[in-house]
Design a protein around this ligand. Structure first.
Ligand code: ATP
Ligand code: MG
Length: 441
């Protein structure tokens, strides 16, 4: 891709309406464009990042055996009346009438719809567990949409649902997602901590929010810093190993303000380990038993009886993660973004110095791009005739992890090369390819 032909509308200065750095950067480098309050279009740069995040989320769901489906965004009010949430959900739900005057809604979440799908198809406990997910747009008419795509009205979410015969099996499912979330956020280069969360008004037993630390986060968090040292690498997908993993986390105090109790914090955490800061919620897992299966009559045959299935739900804010990664990785003082290569919009940028009458550096860039292409490295070439330093500045802002510079100094097959934020090195193209490939592993 040539920069001159790309759709990357960069702004000269930070947009004044944006209050936090992710919102500023996303507007500044043209990742998104607001179309109405809390509703955004995703432009190529933003969309590429979101798709890469989505793919990692998907792979980690598949890895624990969750099956992918796709439910619609528009739902009928009937099932929400069955569960009792049509009234309860309140103003956050966008309600619509179709031409037959039927009450419809834009789904804010999918417990009712998935329960309806389940109850019509699964009849025996022998088909359990069922673990299903989809990645789909949601709409919540938030009172105060803010911070760009971090708290917006239309957003992209992965939501999964589990169906089991009893609590023991349901906890096993829950713990699979617990591990899967740790793996997902790790692949995104984020350190997310699972924190005990409120289970909401209707009972429920068990819930964790996954939070990444960020000064601009909306959740206040109180935790023991040793929780950051807990390892999950050798966890096996079996009951004992997974339940030990959760215990290893739950040993340490970690809550958001809803569950905060100062006395408990002081008792359980000595001053040297106390962390009291802010964070961004990027995922939320929830066990709620028969909260939906009972009113909606979702049962399976078990030993001659009909049993209500035990359910959990598991959300990841796929679009919010784009902002969360920026909050974690953007150095706004120096205007350098460092995308983890796993989600970076491009893996490498080639920056040739181009003089009006001399296109030889552009030719060299084209030759290098062929080598990158054959090595499966995703690149962009800055073919504009801006000066070198403004090109470098621009790509520091965009945050492509590797930069190959072609000035007038390079000789033969060696080029100026740098990993973003590090020193420039002079390397031959073979070595450059090797470094980029190694970083992708
Ligand atoms: P919050 O407390 O931030 O409103 P929630 O508890 O309502 O979140 P869930 O219903 O658990 O969120 O949704 C799952 C995930 O979807 C959240 O962890 C978050 O990452 C994301 N999410 C929720 N609401 C929004 C929103 N308005 N904009 C963007 N992402 C959102
Ligand atoms: Mg909410």
């Amino acid at each position: 891709m040539y920069f001159s032909k790309s759709f990357i509308p960069i702004l000269k200065n930070n947009p004044t309406e944006a209050k936090i750095k992710s919102h500023q950067l996303m507007l500044r480098i043209g990742m998104i464009k607001q179309s109405a309050a809390g509703i955004y279009s995703w432009l190529p740069l933003g969309f590429k990042v979101m798709k890469k995040i989505e793919q990692i989320v998907r792979e980690e769901q598949d890895r624990i055996g969750v099956q992918e489906i796709l439910m619609p965004t528009i739902q009928s009010s009937e099932i929400w009346k069955e569960s009792g949430r049509y009234e309860d959900y309140g103003e956050e739900m966008l309600r619509i009438k179709d031409r037959q005057n039927r009450e419809m809604l834009y789904g804010p979440t999918n417990e009712e719809l998935i329960t309806d799908i389940f109850r019509n198809s699964i009849k025996s406990y022998k088909s359990l567990p069922q673990l299903l997910y989809h990645i789909q747009w949601k709409f919540r008419d938030e009172l105060r949409p803010r911070f760009g795509i971090m708290r917006c009205r239309e957003f992209y979410m992965k939501d999964a649902y589990s169906f089991d015969i009893n609590d023991e099996e349901a906890f096993f499912s829950y713990n699979k997602f617990f591990l899967s979330y740790l793996r997902t956020f790790k692949r995104l280069n984020l350190s997310a901590i699972p924190m005990a969360a409120d289970t909401g008004p209707i009972g429920g037993n068990l819930s964790h929010e996954f939070i990444i630390l960020a000064e601009t986060g909306e959740s206040k968090i109180y935790t023991d810093k040793r929780i950051f040292e807990v390892k999950s690498d050798d966890t096996k997908i079996e009951k004992k190993s997974l339940s030990d993993l959760r215990k290893n986390y739950e040993k340490f105090y970690a809550v958001t303000d809803e569950k905060f109790d100062k006395k408990e914090f002081d008792e359980k955490v000595s001053d040297e380990f106390k962390v009291n800061t802010k964070g961004i919620e990027v995922g939320h897992i929830f066990y709620f038993g028969d909260k939906y299966s009972r009113p909606m009559n979702a049962t399976v045959d078990f030993q001659g009886k009909k049993e209500f299935v035990k359910m959990g739900s598991y959300g990841v804010g796929v679009s919010r993660l784009v902002g969360a990664i920026i909050e974690a990785k953007y150095d706004d003082k120096n205007e350098i973004m460092k995308w983890p290569i796993s989600v970076s919009p491009y893996e490498c940028v080639i920056i040739p110095l181009i003089n009006k009458n001399d296109k030889s550096n552009l030719e060299k860039a084209n030759n290098i791009s062929k080598i990158l292409k054959s090595s499966n490295i995703d690149f962009i070439i800055d073919d504009t005739d801006e000066n070198f330093s403004s090109k470098i500045k621009k790509f520091n802002l965009i945050g492509i992890p590797f930069q190959i510079m072609i000035g007038n100094k390079n000789e033969g097959n060696t080029f100026e090369f740098k990993e973003i934020g590090n020193e420039t090195q002079i390397l031959d193209i073979g070595k450059i390819i090797e470094i980029i490939k190694t970083s992708k592993k």
